[in-house]
Design a protein around this ligand. Structure first.
Ligand SMILES: NC(=O)c1ccc[n+]([C@@H]2O[C@H](COP(=O)([O-])OP(=O)(O)OC[C@H]3O[C@@H](n4cnc5c(N)ncnc54)[C@H](OP(=O)(O)O)[C@@H]3O)[C@@H](O)[C@H]2O)c1
Length: 291
């Protein structure tokens, strides 16, 4: 890449699996990469590893943040906004499936919902001004085909009445897709045409995924690992959506293996997308678009 100003890419969940490969490849393409991570030691180790892989001419920084904690998201966004002039690519990649017992975040939200949807929702909102400083910014949201098993209940987004790890995960991944669709619509409606957003399913990937979950999920992922896609392959659609010229103008899509796919869910109506948006704003404690 030969632009005078080095474009900046922020990748969440970059200490492992798909996110680590995405960050490394964007650095190789010439992006100044910022790794958002919750674990300082792991982040420092990953930064060294990526720096060694891509060479000293490429800049790799760390931004510490636990996405399940809304005040940490606020602090991290503030730090980013102070340190950097603009943001060209935001990859909301971090995500996980939790265990059999329902857990809550420091803000009292169910952990899967807090980590996979609410934290990234707030982060994206707080970085919007820096995305608008880019001549052509992209927001990539890593969802999953597990969205097809979602059964969301707007009266119980925190799963206080009914919790299962896979249902909470599937719901959060459907929300990633609905967030992408609604964000694309709202950006267009507001005339913000220089920011695009797309979501994707990375494949069934042998990463660290499932390690926080039930013994059954862990055992399943361990046994099935030889038949799964590698993190190298799993990252390809994220990298494509973050950087390929042919999707520079595409927004609101859901991609699998670098191809757009229809979202097969009766839940993705515009009423539900707006309801999710409003509930997310209420829980995040602020409107998505600054007044
Ligand atoms: N693997 C699959 O088969 C598969 C299939 C469909 C979709 N996906 C999606 O792909 C994305 C990446 O998953 P992966 O397979 O690469 O899993 P992974 O190897 O477990 O990586 C997940 C990353 O998210 C980070 N993370 C988790 N909770 C966080 C939090 N509260 N704050 C900040 N970072 C946090 C992890 O940090 P630590 O290193 O500190 O744990 C790690 O870097 C996820 O969104 C997942 O839902 C994966």
């Amino acid at each position: 890449m030969s632009t005078a100003i080095q474009p900046i890419a922020l990748v969440t969940g970059a200490t492992s699996g798909i996110g680590k490969v995405t960050a490394r490849e964007l650095a190789r393409q010439g992006y100044h990469v910022v790794l958002l991570a919750r674990n300082a030691d792991k982040a420092a180790h990953t930064r060294q590893e990526l720096q060694a892989a891509v060479g000293l001419g490429h800049r790799v920084d760390v931004l510490l943040c636990d996405l399940s904690d809304l005040s940490q998201v606020g602090r991290a966004a503030q730090e980013f906004n102070q340190r950097y002039a603009r943001l060209d690519v935001l990859v909301n990649n971090a995500g996980l499936v939790f265990g059999a017992e329902r857990e809550t975040s420091v803000n009292g939200h169910e952990m899967t919902f807090a980590t996979n949807h609410l934290g990234p929702f707030l982060l994206t909102s707080l970085l919007l001004e820096k995305l608008q400083q880019s001549p052509a910014a992209r927001i990539v949201n890593v969802a999953s085909m597990a969205y097809q098993f979602a059964k969301p209940d707007f009266t119980d987004l925190d799963a206080t009445r009914r919790y299962s790890p896979m249902r909470a995960y599937a719901n959060s991944k459907l929300f990633n897709i609905m967030f992408t669709q609604e964000l694309a619509r709202q950006l267009r409606e507001r005339g913000i045409l220089r920011i695009t957003t797309n979501s994707l399913h990375p494949g069934v990937v042998a990463s660290n995924f499932g390690s926080n979950s039930t013994w059954f999920t862990r055992a399943f992922y361990k046994m099935a690992a030889p038949f799964m896609t590698s993190s190298e392959d799993g990252a390809q659609t994220s990298i494509y959506l973050a950087s390929a010229p042919e999707v520079a103008q595409t927004s609101g899509g859901y991609f699998v293996k670098k191809r757009p796919e229809a979202v097969k869910s009766a839940f993705t109506t515009s009423e539900n997308a707006q309801r999710l948006w409003q509930e997310s704003e209420r829980m995040a404690g602020q409107p998505f678009f600054a007044a």
